[in-house]
Design a binder for this molecule. Structure first.
Ligand SMILES: C[S@@+](CC[C@H](N)C(=O)[O-])C[C@H]1O[C@@H](n2cnc3c(N)ncnc32)[C@H](O)[C@@H]1O
Length: 291
């Protein structure tokens, strides 16, 4: 049972909801253009480091004839995906030692995983399990735009809490998070170096602006709920990591404040008082062929 990532790095809600927004059908076409896979064909996809399964869910929607398998080291993510995402298989496993035979898949894909796994193993294992002519897709988050609603600004107590939490928290170092970052030129070069050919790059944009009337009310509310869950997950993660560095009352006060802020954000939305907060995420897609 390994729940390091979901307990100390990113919680289930944070990952599932943020990706559910990013890969919503409103935006997914721009990803599909970069994937260049034939939706009419029957093929097999392996998603590496699938987390709670939001990308597998979007892939299922786009490629109804595919056989999709998601693999991740974190037991809580796999348990969540198995219970909530239909039409794909999920299993625990390590990206550096994929539990599959050589040449088993037509496509491998990963989202925000390449920076966490040693590149020789990351690319080498995908090259091994891909069939000849198979497609390797590496998705990687790039710097986007984030502007907060004024009503969600931290008050002094929150500022002090998060400052102290950041000073005490060594999870990223301890759990080898983002140990292998690569810039926009290094990532495609790594794909070539590790034996892929016909490498292409491209960028997909997901623009999450709940007040923009082009989005449906349910989708806007989902964006707002994601912001709330993101903050709550960060708080619960801090509580697990930092334990008695704060009192129970201090944790409870921050939780109450988070919920109050987000209740107000929703009320303003319902009243049509626009905040124009926005989160624009830019995803780099690198596509290569296994010779
Ligand atoms: C930033 S999260 C992304 C999760 C998912 N791709 C998504 O976008 O929601 C990185 C994921 O990689 C997984 N991971 C990290 N190292 C791994 C490894 N060696 N083998 C399998 N999974 C790994 C973590 O458990 C985590 O789920």
């Amino acid at each position: 049972m390994n729940t390091v990532w979901s307990d100390y790095v990113q919680g289930i809600n944070t990952l599932y909801l943020s990706r559910k927004n990013r890969f919503d059908e409103v935006f997914f076409d721009s990803f599909l253009k970069l994937f260049r896979l034939d939706a009419d064909r029957e093929f097999t996809i392996l998603e590496i480091g699938c987390g709670p399964g939001a990308l597998c869910e979007a892939l299922r929607r786009a490629y109804p004839k595919t056989h999709i398998c998601g693999i991740d080291r974190d037991s809580a993510f796999i348990d969540y995906a198995q219970k909530h995402i239909s039409g794909a298989n999920f299993m625990e496993g390590d990206a550096t030692q994929l539990p599959f035979g050589d040449e088993s898949f037509d496509v491998t894909i990963s989202n925000t995983v390449s920076e966490h796994v040693e590149p020789t193993a990351f690319f080498g294992e995908q090259r091994r399990v891909l069939k000849k002519g198979g497609v390797c897709l590496v998705l990687s988050a790039r710097k986007g735009i984030r502007v907060q609603a004024p009503c969600l600004t931290n008050d002094e107590a929150e500022e002090a809490f998060w400052r102290k939490a950041a000073e005490l928290d060594d999870s990223f170092e301890k759990y080898a998070v983002c140990r292998y970052p690569m810039n926009e030129s290094e990532l495609p070069r790594a794909m070539e170096k590790y034996g892929f050919c016909d490498v292409h790059t491209g960028y997909a944009v997901s623009d999450l602006t709940p007040d923009d009337p082009k989005y449906s009310r349910p989708f806007a509310l989902q964006m707002l709920e994601t912001l709330r869950q993101d903050e709550l997950d960060a708080l619960f993660g801090a509580q697990r990591t930092l334990g008695e560095h704060f009192t129970k009352d201090e944790y409870a006060a921050i939780e109450k404040r988070i919920n109050e802020k987000h209740d107000l954000r929703k009320k303003l939305f319902d009243q049509g008082q626009k905040q124009w907060d926005t989160a624009v995420s830019l995803t780099m897609v690198v596509r290569g062929i296994r010779p």
